[in-house]
Design a protein around this ligand. Structure first.
Ligand code: H2U
Ligand code: ZN
Length: 338
């Protein structure tokens, strides 16, 4: 389509935001910073790592000699379960309210040197089961209304430690991104009597151009409205709202697609691919949420090599996100990897 070869904007129906696509710019010479590629080799056990089995963490707690996954309360938690309820409002302009929550760290493996794509299927499945269990356990608190499982991978994304791990933050209020998406999905359901992401997934499977990987229960696409160069979205085929709704064979399928996707990412620039990812799932407020469809977003910063990254600066901070490589081209590159 001619539109897609010239500057155009694309609409993100999950957030009701626009992004600018500038496909003609991919030919421009790169005059920015070029950093040397870093080859990383890590030991299976690092005596100075605060996530390795048996080691001491900040504050003096010691990790058990764990053999699969290991979950602990973040020693520097951003949220506390016992914050006293309080609110402040000055003419609707200066507003504040207390926020309660729980922050935990989930180690994927006792092995310091592994990352998800290098873990065996059963080990990744164990990680999936841990996410499910944490969502169930934290979501069961009557004051917890949101459970967000997310992973910051790589120093580029601010991960403090290469030991494979993610975090889970449970909170009283719905954070901004899930709240935007819940609103959009709810409006869509009311207007169309169908699920936004079920309908979107059907379109993507019809067209195929942005599909990266799929199996019996999950599909990964570069969203039509992707902002990060190799951004992807992982969707369940079945309409379900939460990690806790997954059936046993879906746990296996999720493990499988996670391995497929992260392997493709690592192969793209021949580097352990940095990203922030996380699952958006239904609020845990005990109300029914028929509009929410479980999905994960992957937001990787790398643009055209192991060292050249995309910055969301300038126009992006002041206007809206902009991309050069089209989502279709990014999906084709990821599909070529195997
Ligand atoms: P990230 O690598 O995604 O930043 O997560 C690591 C978390 O581990 C971070 O939130 C916590 C930090 O607060 N942490 C501990 O809980 N104990 C420690 O001994 C060091 C770091
Ligand atoms: Zn470690």
């Amino acid at each position: 389509m001619k539109l897609f070869t010239q500057p155009h904007r694309r609409f993100n129906p999950l957030t009701n935001e626009w992004i600018l696509v500038s496909p003609h710019r991919t030919q421009r010479p790169w005059l920015g910073q070029v950093e040397p590629a870093q080859v990383e080799t890590r030991p299976a056990y690092d005596p100075s790592c605060y996530l390795c089995p048996g080691n001491e963490r900040a504050g003096g707690k010691r990790n058990p000699p764990y053999e699969t996954t290991f979950v602990f309360d973040n020693d520097f938690a951003a949220l506390m379960p016992d914050a006293a309820p309080a609110a402040f409002d000055a003419r609707g302009l200066l507003r504040a309210e207390s926020e309660r929550g729980v922050c935990r760290v989930i180690c994927f493996s006792p092995r310091h040197d592994l990352t998800l794509p290098h873990m065996a299927h059963d080990e990744i499945r164990r990680v999936v089961e841990t996410w499910v269990a944490q969502t169930r356990e934290l979501g069961a608190h009557d004051w917890v209304n949101s459970v967000l499982v997310f992973e910051n991978k790589g120093a580029l994304m601010g991960a403090s430690n290469p030991h494979p791990h993610c975090q889970v933050w449970a909170s009283e209020h719905l954070p901004t991104e899930p709240a935007k998406e819940l609103r959009a999905q709810t409006d869509y359901l009311h207007a169309n009597k169908s699920c936004l992401l079920c309908d979107y997934l059907a379109l993507e499977l019809d067209e195929g151009a942005r599909v990266v990987a799929q199996n019996d229960h999950f599909v990964t696409v570069v969203p039509f409205w992707a902002t990060w160069p190799f951004e992807t979205m992982l969707l369940s085929r079945r309409h379900l709202g939460s990690l806790t709704d997954l059936a046993s064979d879906e746990h296996d399928a999720l493990a499988d697609i996670l391995k497929q996707l992260t392997t493709r990412y690592d192969q793209l620039f021949n580097v352990s691919f940095p990203y922030s990812m996380g699952f958006h799932q239904a609020p845990t407020d005990d109300a029914p949420h028929p509009a929410t469809h479980l999905h994960a977003h992957y937001y990787p910063p790398l643009l055209r090599s192991a060292t050249i990254r995309k910055f969301m600066v300038g126009y992006e901070m002041l206007g809206n996100p902009q991309r050069d490589i089209t989502p279709e081209a990014a999906a084709a590159r990821l599909r070529e990897m195997a």
